[in-house]
Ligand binder design. Structure first.
Ligand code: URP
Ligand code: ZN
Ligand code: ZN
Length: 459
C-alpha cells in the first residue's frame, strides 16, 4: 500500500522545503506539491509538524557481556525504544572480548539481532586482539557487509588492544577501505590511577572521573590520530568528552588526517556532579570517558554547531541498579554505561535546537545524515530524497513532557536523564514506509528490522 505524507515541512541536513512525500514499496518515489494519492493509500497530514529523515544512532550497546555482567536490553526492547524516540537505524558495537573468537562473536551478535529488531541496524566490528587468524576473519566479516571496525585503547586485558594490534588493525582497515572507530583513553594510566585511588581508600563513584582525567583521553585521542595518520587509514573517535581530546583530533585533521569526532548525549547534558551523588545515584552516572566538569560543556555544544564535532550518538549501555551496585565497594567494579537510545533525538532537539544552541539543519546532519555518510548508509538512509528508504520522523514540536524511567521502553530501571524537560517528540515514525510508532506508542511490526549491508569506501 502507498503512503502519502501531506503538507510536510521537510528538513534535511542542507535544506528545508514544503511538499508531499509519496512512498511506494518501502521507498520515497516522489516529493512535490499536491501529489495524487491512490484510493487505497494511507494518508498522513503533517500540518504543524516537522518531517525529518529517520535518525541514526552510530553508537549503541545492546548485547554486551562486560564487567562481570550483561547489558540489559534485547534488540526487541532497544529497537522499540529507539523508534519511539525517532531513531530508525542504529549501529551496535559487536564486542567479543580478547578471549573470544572474532568470527564466532560476529555470528553471535548477528543472531541476537536477527528477527528481533524493529528498526534497521548494522554493526561496528570490534577488533579486540590481532593474531594469525584475525585478518582472514575480518575479511570475511567485511565481505558480509560490515564496513567499520571498532578498537578500544581502554579496558586493558578485556576489550583493549595494544599499539601493535592497533597498527595491524588500521593497516588492514586501510587495505580493505574500512573506517575504524576508537575508544581513546590510555589504559595503562587508568590502571595506575585506579590502583592509587583505591589504595588511598577512595572507592566511591566520585573517583571514577579522577581515575580517567581529560589528559588520559587526550593522550589516547592523539595516539589514535597518529596511528591513523601513519597507516593512511580513516578514523572516528567515539564518545569524545572534552576540549583537550578535541584539540588532539582537530590538530590531526588540520594535518590532513582522515579523522572524525562523535559526541554522545551524556557528555552534552550531564556533568561529573551526577557521579558525585551519594551511593547508587552516583553509580548510575558512571561511564567512560567519564562525565566531565560542566565548565567544558559550552565548548562541546559550540564545536558541535561549528562542525568540529561531527555526530551525536548515545553510547546507549543499560545496566540496572542492581548491576551498578556490583561496584558498591570499589568504583572500578561499577559496570560502565548510561542508557539513552530513547531520549537522544528529543533531548538534542530540546537542548540544542529549542535553546538556540544548534540549528535545525545541523541537528539533522549531526543526528542522522553525517552518520549515514561516514558509515556507508547514504543516501539509502539519512536524507529525505527520491530513491531513499522511507524512514521518516513526523515530529510534533508542540509536545511537552519529561524524561522518566517510569515511562521509558528500554529494559532498565532508571534513566540518567530523569526529570529533564522535553519540548517535542515524534508523532509518527516510519521504517521503510511502514508506520512503526504513533504518539509515543509502538504500533508496528516487531522483528521487521534488517541488517544493512555496507560497502567499504575509505581507500
Ligand atoms: O561507559 C561506557 N561507555 N560503556 C560502554 C562501553 C564503551 O566504552 O563504549
Ligand atoms: Zn567506549
Ligand atoms: Zn560504547
Amino acid at each position: 500500500m502507498a503512503l502519502v505524507i501531506r503538507n510536510a515541512d521537510i528538513v534535511n541536513a542542507d535544506s528545508r522545503t514544503r511538499g508531499d512525500i509519496f512512498v511506494e514499496n518501502e521507498t520515497i518515489t516522489r516529493i512535490g506539491a499536491d501529489l495524487d494519492a491512490p484510493p487505497n493509500a494511507e494518508v498522513i497530514d503533517a500540518t504543524g509538524k516537522l518531517v525529518f529523515p529517520g535518525f541514526i544512532d552510530p553508537h549503541v550497546h545492546i548485547y554486551l557481556p562486560f564487567m562481570a555482567t550483561f547489558a540489559k536490553d534485547t534488540h526487541e526492547t532497544a529497537s522499540i525504544a529507539a523508534l519511539i524516540g525517532g531513531t530508525t537505524t542504529y549501529i551496535e558495537m559487536c564486542c567479543p572480548n580478547r578471549n573470544d573468537d572474532a568470527l564466532e562473536g560476529y555470528q553471535l551478535w548477528k543472531s541476537k539481532a536477527e528477527g528481533n529488531s524493529a528498526c534497521d541496524y548494522t554493526f561496528h566490528m570490534s577488533v579486540t586482539k590481532f593474531e594469525k587468524c584475525t585478518e582472514g576473519q575480518l575479511r570475511e566479516i567485511v565481505a558480509d557487509g560490515i564496513a567499520s571496525f571498532k578498537i578500544f585503547l581502554a579496558y586493558k586485558n578485556f576489550f583493549g588492544v595494544d599499539d601493535g594490534e592497533m597498527y595491524e588493525t588500521l593497516t588492514l582497515a586501510r587495505t580493505l577501505g574500512v573506517i575504524t572507530t576508537a575508544h581513546c583513553e590510555n589504559a595503562e594510566l587508568i590502571a595506575r590511577l585506579q590502583q592509587k585511588l583505591l589504595a588511598e581508600g577512595r572507592t566511591g563513584p566520585e573517583w571514577h572521573e579522577p581515575s580517567r582525567p581529560e589528559s588520559v583521553e587526550a593522550e589516547g585521542t592523539g595516539r589514535f590520530a597518529a596511528f591513523v595518520e601513519n597507516t593512511g587509514a580513516a578514523g572516528y573517535v567515539v564518545h569524545l568528552s572534552c576540549q583537550p581530546a578535541l584539540n588532539a583530533a582537530l590538530y590531526a585533521k588540520s594535518r590532513g588526517v582522515r579523522i572524525w569526532v562523535e559526541s554522545v548525549l551524556p557528555h552534552l547534558l550531564l556533568d561529573k556532579t551526577y557521579a558525585e551523588r551519594p551511593g547508587v545515584e552516583g553509580m548510575k552516572h558512571v561511564m567512560s570517558p567519564p562525565l566531565r566538569d560542566r565548565s567544558g560543556q559550552k565548548l562541546m555544544w559550540d564545536a558541535l554547531e561549528a562542525g568540529f564535532i561531527d555526530t551525536v550518538g548515545t553510547d546507549h549501555c543499560p545496566f540496572d541498579t542492581s548491576q551498578k551496585l556490583l561496584g558498591k565497594d570499589a568504583f572500578t567494579q561499577i559496570p560502565n554505561g548510561i542508557p539513552g537510545i530513547e531520549e537522544r533525538v528529543n533531548l538534542l532537539y530540546t537542548y540544542g535546537v529549542k535553546r538556540g544552541t544548534i540549528g535545525l539543519n545541523r541537528f539533522v546532519e549531526a543526528a542522522s545524515t553525517t552518520a549515514a555518510k561516514l558509515f556507508g548508509l547514504f543516501p539509502r538512509k539519512g536524507t529525505i530524497a527520491v530513491g531513499s528508504d522511507a524512514d521518516l520522523v513526523i515530529y510534533d514540536p508542540s509536545y511537552r513532557g519529561k524524561v522518566s524511567a517510569a515511562t521509558q521502553h528500554i529494559n532498565c530501571d532508571y534513566s540518567g536523564f530523569e526529570g529533564m524537560e522535553i519540548e517535542g517528540r515524534p508523532s509518527v515514525v516510519t521504517v521503510r514506509g511502514k508506520v512503526q510508532v504513533r504518539d509515543g506508542q509502538f504500533v508496528g511490526e516487531r522483528g521487521r528490522g534488517r541488517l544493512l549491508k555496507r560497502e567499504p569506501a575509505y581507500f
